[in-house]
Design a protein around this ligand. Structure first.
Ligand code: GLC
Length: 558
C-alpha cells in the first residue's frame, strides 16, 4: 500500500489554538458495528463494502462521522476485539483497498471516519503472542505481555486474584514447548485476549506506528478500546475478596484507571496533532466518576471520552439532571466536550433498558414493555441531542430497535455468555443485523442469511418501512439531527440554564432554545416556550400553555 491513500477531510473546522472549536466539539458520531450493518457479498456477515454502499443513508440521516468497530484480522473470539494484525483487514470484512474506498467515499460525502483501536490486548493469534508461547520461558517476546509463574507448590494457582471481565480468573496457564505446565498469562477479557505489557517500550512503539498507519490511510480518528486498562498497578497486587466485577466502574482497581495511562495519551495526542485535518481520539474509559473521566480529555490528551455515567442513568428526572450537571461541570475546566451516549455494542439498547423499571443497569435481560421503552427512548434521544457537546448514536437506535432478548442459546456468540458470572454475557441482543427492507431474506441486510437470527417482524422496523412516515423513529432522528445542525443554540457548549419545572420534568434553556422533558408517566401542563421545533411525541400547544405527554421531550425555538 502507498501512503496517504485517502485524503484527510479538512475545511470544516476552526483551527483555533488548542483546537477548542474542532469538529468533534459538537459532532454526532454514528457507530457502525461492521458485522451487523450491511452485508455487501451476501455471506450473512456485514462487511466494509456493505458499509460503503450505505454511506449515503448516513449522510442523509445527518450524522457527522462514522465510528467503525474493529474490522482487523482476527479469529473473532470477541467479535474482532481480539486483533491478530492491526494493519490488515479480516477477509470476512474485505481488504485494505475496501477500507481505502470506504474512507474516500465517506470524505466525499463529508462524513468523517473513526476506527477502533484495541491497545489493551491482542489476540492470542497475534504473531508476538504465538512466538512468545512457542519460544517458551525466557523468550523476550513474553515481556510484551504479562507472563508470570503461578502460585502454589507446582505453580498450579493463578499469580494473583484478578477476575476476567468476562468471568473466571484473569489468568490462563500455558504449556511449555516440552509439554509440561508452564507460566500463566494475564487476560482481563477472554483467554484469547492476552493483555499487553505497556511498560515495555516495544509495545508503545508498535502502537505509535499503528496510529500512523491508519492516519496515513486518512482516518479522522480512533475510538480507544479499554482506554482505562493499559497500565496495571506495579507488582499486580491482589484485590482481595470475591465479586470484583460488582466493583467495576465504582472503585479504583489495580488494572483500571491507573494514572500511568495518561502519559500514553499525551504521546498519542502529539502524533494526532502532527496530522492535518483535526484527527481525534475518543476514550472508552469506564471510570468511577465523571471527574476521573475528565482526566482522559485534558487539553494535551484525548479529545473525547464516552460519558458512561450518563449511559448508566435510569429514566428518572432528578438522576438525569444530576448526571448532566456533574458531567458539564467536570468537562468545563478541561475544555473538552461532554460526550453523550445511550447505546453501543456492549449494552442493552436503550429502547429495552427503559422498557423495564429503573435500576436494571446497562444489561437488561427482560424485553419489558416495548411501547413504553420506545416512547422513553425517543424522549431520551431528544434530550441527549439537546445537551451541549458531542453525541454518539449506535446503529439501529434510529430505527428504535429493541434488544433481541430471546436469542436461542445456540445462536449466541458473546464469549462472556459462556463463562460463569461474566458481566457482559447478553451483548448479542444489541448486535442483531439491522433491517433495511420490509421483506426479503435478512430484510435487506444482505442477499443471504444473517449471522445472528433476526426476529420475526423485524421488517416493520426497517429503514424502508420508516422512511417518509412522520411518526417513525427514523424520521424523528432525521428531524432532530437537521434541527441540531441549523439551530445556533444547539451543539457545542458547556452549560445549560435550568428552568423551573414540575417534579420529574426537566426544562433547560440554551441560546434561543428550550428543551422540556417529561420523565413521568403522566401528562403535565407546562408553559409553551415558543415554537415547537421537534417533539418525540404529540404535544398539544394551547395558547401560552402546552400539554407535555408522559415520557416525552419537546424542543422549542424561542
Ligand atoms: C471493549 C469493547 C468490547 C470488548 C472489550 C474487550 O469494552 O467495547 O466489545 O469485548 O473491550 O476488547
Amino acid at each position: 500500500m502507498t501512503q496517504h491513500l485517502a485524503a484527510p477531510l479538512t475545511g470544516t473546522s476552526d483551527d483555533a489554538p488548542g483546537h477548542r472549536h474542532g469538529w468533534w466539539q459538537d459532532a454526532v458520531i454514528y457507530q457502525v458495528y461492521p458485522r451487523s450493518f450491511a452485508d455487501g457479498n451476501g455471506d450473512g456477515m456485514g462487511d466494509l463494502d456493505g458499509v460503503r454502499r450505505r454511506l449515503p443513508y448516513l449522510r442523509d440521516l445527518g450524522v457527522d462521522a462514522v465510528w467503525l468497530s474493529p474490522f482487523y484480522a482476527s479469529p473473532q473470539a470477541d467479535a474482532g476485539y481480539d486483533v491478530a494484525d492491526y494493519r490488515a483487514i479480516d477477509p470476512m470484512f474485505g481488504t485494505l483497498l475496501d477500507a481505502d474506498a470506504l474512507i474516500r467515499d465517506a470524505h466525499e460525502l463529508n462524513l468523517r471516519v473513526i476506527v477502533d483501536l484495541v491497545p489493551n490486548h491482542s489476540s492470542d493469534a497475534h504473531e508476538w503472542f504465538k512466538r512468545a508461547l512457542r519460544e517458551g520461558p525466557g523468550s523476550a517476546l513474553r515481556e510484551r505481555y504479562h507472563f508470570r509463574p503461578g502460585k502454589g507448590a507446582d505453580g498450579e494457582l493463578p499469580p494473583n486474584d484478578w477476575e476476567s471481565i468476562f468471568g473466571g480468573p484473569a489468568w490462563t496457564r500455558t504449556t511449555d514447548p516440552d509439554g509440561t505446565p508452564g507460566d500463566w498469562y494475564l487476560h482481563l477479557f477472554a483467554p484469547e485476549q492476552p493483555d499487553f505489557n505497556w511498560d515495555h517500550p516495544a509495545v508503545a512503539d508498535e502502537f505509535r506506528s499503528i496510529l500512523r498507519f491508519w492516519l496515513d490511510m486518512g482516518v479522522d480518528g480512533f475510538r480507544v478500546d479499554v482506554a482505562h486498562g493499559l497500565v496495571k498497578a506495579p507488582g499486580l497486587p491482589d484485590i482481595g475478596g470475591a465479586g470484583q466485577l460488582r466493583l467495576l466502574g465504582n472503585d479504583a482497581m489495580p488494572f483500571f484507571d491507573q494514572d500511568g495511562v495518561h502519559e500514553i495519551y499525551r504521546q498519542w495526542r502529539r502524533i494526532l496533532d502532527e496530522y492535518p485535518g483535526d484527527r481525534i481520539a475518543v476514550a472508552e474509559a469506564w471510570t468511577p466518576t465523571v471527574e476521573r473521566t475528565a482526566n482522559y480529555v485534558r487539553p494535551d490528551e484525548l479529545h473525547q471520552a464516552f460519558n458512561f455515567q450518563y449511559l448508566g442513568t435510569s429514566w428518572v428526572g432528578s438522576e438525569l439532571r444530576e448526571v448532566i450537571d456533574a458531567s458539564l461541570a467536570a468537562m468545563r475546566p478541561v475544555g473538552a466536550p461532554a460526550t453523550w451516549v445511550l447505546s453501543n455494542h456492549d449494552v442493552t439498547r436503550h429502547a429495552t433498558r427503559f422498557a423495564s423499571p429503573p435500576g436494571g443497569g446497562t444489561q437488561t435481560r427482560e424485553a419489558g414493555d416495548r411501547t413504553l421503552g420506545l416512547r422513553r427512548a425517543r424522549a431520551a434521544t431528544l434530550l441527549m441531542l439537546a445537551l451541549p457537546g458531542s453525541a454518539y448514536v449506535y446503529q439501529g437506535e434510529e430505527l428504535g430497535l429493541p434488544d433481541v432478548t430471546d436469542l436461542p442459546d445456540e445462536a449466541r456468540q458473546d464469549p462472556s455468555y459462556f463463562r460463569a458470572d461474566g458481566q457482559d454475557g447478553f451483548r448479542d441482543g444489541c448486535r442483531v443485523p439491522i433491517p433495511w427492507t420490509r421483506e426479503g431474506s435478512s430484510y435487506g441486510f444482505g442477499g443471504g442469511g444473517s449471522w445472528l437470527p433476526q426476529p420475526e417482524g423485524w421488517g416493520a422496523l426497517s429503514v424502508e418501512a420508516q422512511t417518509g412516515d412522520p411518526g417513525s423513529t427514523l424520521e424523528l432522528y432525521r428531524a432532530a439531527l437537521a434541527a441540531r445542525k441549523e439551530h445556533p443554540g444547539l451543539g457545542a457548549g458547556d452549560a445549560v440554564e435550568w428552568l423551573d419545572a414540575p417534579e420529574g420534568v426537566l426544562a433547560f434553556a440554551r441560546p434561543g432554545f428550550v428543551c422540556t422533558v417529561n420523565t413521568t408517566g403522566t401528562a403535565v401542563r407546562i408553559p409553551a416556550h415558543g415554537r415547537v421545533l421537534v417533539a418525540s411525541g404529540p404535544v398539544a400547544v394551547d395558547g401560552a400553555e402546552a400539554e407535555l405527554p408522559a415520557d416525552t421531550t419537546v424542543w422549542w425555538t424561542v
